[in-house]
Every structure is written in C-alpha cells, then in structure tokens.
Design a protein around this ligand. Structure first.
Ligand SMILES: NC(=O)c1ccc[n+]([C@@H]2O[C@H](COP(=O)([O-])OP(=O)(O)OC[C@H]3O[C@@H](n4cnc5c(N)ncnc54)[C@H](OP(=O)(O)O)[C@@H]3O)[C@@H](O)[C@H]2O)c1
Length: 288
C-alpha cells in the first residue's frame, strides 16, 4: 500500500513528512506496560504490518517495558526505512509497581535520551516529546529547565525535533518561547475534549496535535451517540472515533495502539470512513 492510500494523507513534522495515520507501540509491552509481551512473534508481526501498510510514524518510549517495546521495534524494523519517523518520549521513568514517576532533572533526561538511542539503535532521535505532568494529567510547573536540557541535546545533534506531552497551554507556550516544537501529544478523543481550543491554535501555527488514548486507552470509548452513528454507518465505534479525529482538524495525527495485526488493519480501513456533517454534529455533542 502506498502512503497516500492511508486515510488522512500526510503531515510534515519539521522537515519530516509522515502519514497522519500512525501507530502507538505502548500496547506491545506486557501487562501494565511492564515486561515483555506474552506473544513476542505477534508483537513483531504488528510492527511489520504497520510499516507494510505504509505507516511512517510510530510512537514509543524507552519507559514502555521499560526497554522492551523499543527493543521489539528495533528487532522488527531495524535497519529502519528512510521514510519511518520514530517518535519517543522522555520525562518519566518506571518504578517496581509499574508506576510512572516523573524524572525530569537534566541528568534524568540525558540518561533517557541515551537509553532511547541505545534501545532503538539510532544515532539521532527524529522526535522527542518532553512528557510533563503525571499519571493524573498535566500539572502546573515550569518546563524551562527540562526543555532547555532537550534543546542542548538537540544542539548536540542527538535529537532532530522536539515536542511536549501531557502539557497545559501555558507549558506549550513556555516551551515555544524557548525553541520550536513540531507537536503536542496530549490526551484527547471524542469524549475528552479539554484541548479543543489548543488543537485549533496549533493548527493555525502548523504544529501537529497527536492525541494519546484516541480510542479511550485502557477504558475503551463508550457512548450511545457513538454507537448510534456507528450502527447507522455500518462501521465499528473504533472506526468512527478515528475517522472523527482525522476530520476534526488537519493537524491531528493518529497513533492508535493495538497488539493485534487484525485490529491494526481494521483501524486503517475504518478511519477512512467519511463522516457526514450530521454525523460530525452528533459526535461533537458527546464531549461538549
Ligand atoms: N504521552 C503520553 O503520556 C501517552 C500516554 C498514553 C499513551 N501514549 C501513546 O498513545 C498511543 C495510543 O494510546 P493507547 O494505545 O494507550 O490507547 P488507544 O489507542 O486509545 O487504545 C488502545 C486499546 O484499544 C484496543 N483496540 C485498538 N483497536 C481495536 C479494534 N479495532 N477493536 C478492538 N479493540 C481495539 C487495543 O486492544 P488490542 O491490543 O486488543 O487491539 C488497546 O487496548 C500509545 O500506544 C502510546 O504510544 C502516550
């Protein structure tokens, strides 16, 4: 399949053009994103299926596993196709209970950048998101020291592009006052619309918005309006949720997660559904 065959077409992150339909690799690790996957061959097959389908944007983090997800990506796909952009995150680590404690001191960030380079077997990371806040969501705090550390690593040639994740509008603005960013990766889907205004403002400035949990994450999206539109259109609720995101704004890039090649193919096909203005209005009402 050529890249243009994927729903949504392409978007350019800095100097790198990617398919708007990407893949989020978090679900490939073991339970609670800890340890290796139960089905290693299946996980490798999903990654290969993603690239074979024309996807050129994979989202990951060394913290997934930790290390296991990046190692699967390396095993399945290295040497990476020229067209593939692997986006990663730094700013949180893992504890023995599977928690995600923040780790944003300069020394922590440097170690995490080196961990990602090593586990992905790369000399340069295409895109690094500074993951802010905590598991409860964004928190008010200055990003300056942490973001400046990443800018230094960028200037040293270890990172091509920067983004922020789990960020408030103020943090996005603060990061942008320090150095350009190419994306914001925050929680957003049909039912969680806190970032509506941010999505539109970033679109005006040519910055991508990459929603995490596009399908609801660990709690799948459920809504009678979503089910009604899906039934009317003969599609699955997942397909409708992804199609809605692609139609919501041209700067939205999808990174739905799955550990199943069949679900991946279903999601690619489903996201191409063209929603009518009536469908969009009904769906828009869910999260408002
Ligand atoms: N920046 C951050 O703080 C942050 C936080 C969370 C996630 N992320 C990124 O965002 C990506 C997306 O988030 P996510 O993977 O957690 O959540 P998601 O994409 O909203 O949902 C993934 C879940 O949906 C299921 N699913 C996918 N397609 C399906 C289908 N066709 N039918 C039935 N079930 C289906 C998956 O199960 P199966 O495996 O069974 O398909 C999985 O449980 C992650 O992979 C990660 O890269 C970033």
């Amino acid at each position: 399949m050529s890249t243009s065959a994927l729903p949504g077409g392409t978007w350019t992150l800095g100097d790198l053009t990617v398919t708007r339909f990407g893949y989020g690799a978090m679900q490939l690790a073991g339970p609670y994103v800890m340890g290796p996957p139960a089905d290693r061959e299946g996980a490798l097959a999903v990654l290969r299926a993603a690239v074979d389908s024309g996807i050129t944007h994979i989202d990951t983090a060394h913290a997934y596993g930790p290390g296991f997800t990046n190692e699967l990506i390396r095993e399945a796909l290295h040497p990476y196709p020229e067209s593939l952009l692997i986006a990663t995150k730094v700013g949180a680590t893992r504890d023995a209970q599977g928690g995600w404690p923040p780790a944003r001191r300069p020394i922590d960030l440097r170690h995490q950048v080196y961990d990602n380079l090593k586990s992905l077997k790369l000399d340069v990371l295409d895109l690094v998101n500074l993951r802010l806040g905590n598991a409860e969501g964004p928190q008010r705090e200055s990003v300056a020291e942490a973001f400046e550390t990443l800018v230094e690593l960028q200037q040293q040639g270890l990172i091509r592009h920067l983004g922020v994740s789990n960020a408030t509008e103020e943090q996005v603005a603060e990061a942008r006052s320090i150095a350009p960013i190419v994306c914001v990766q925050n929680m957003y889907n049909l039912a969680h619309r806190h970032d509506d205004k941010l999505v539109d403002r970033l679109a005006e400035d040519g910055i991508a918005y990459v929603p995490f949990f596009p399908l609801g994450g660990f709690t799948p999206l459920q809504s009678s309006a979503l089910s009604a539109v899906a039934a009317r259109r003969g599609a699955t609720p997942m397909s409708v949720a992804l199609a809605w995101l692609l139609q919501r704004s041209p700067n939205i890039l999808l990174i739905p997660g799955t550990s199943s090649a069949a679900h991946l193919r279903e999601n690619i096909a489903g996201a191409g559904l063209t929603l009518t203005p009536e469908d969009m209005a009904e769906l828009d009402a869910i999260g408002r």
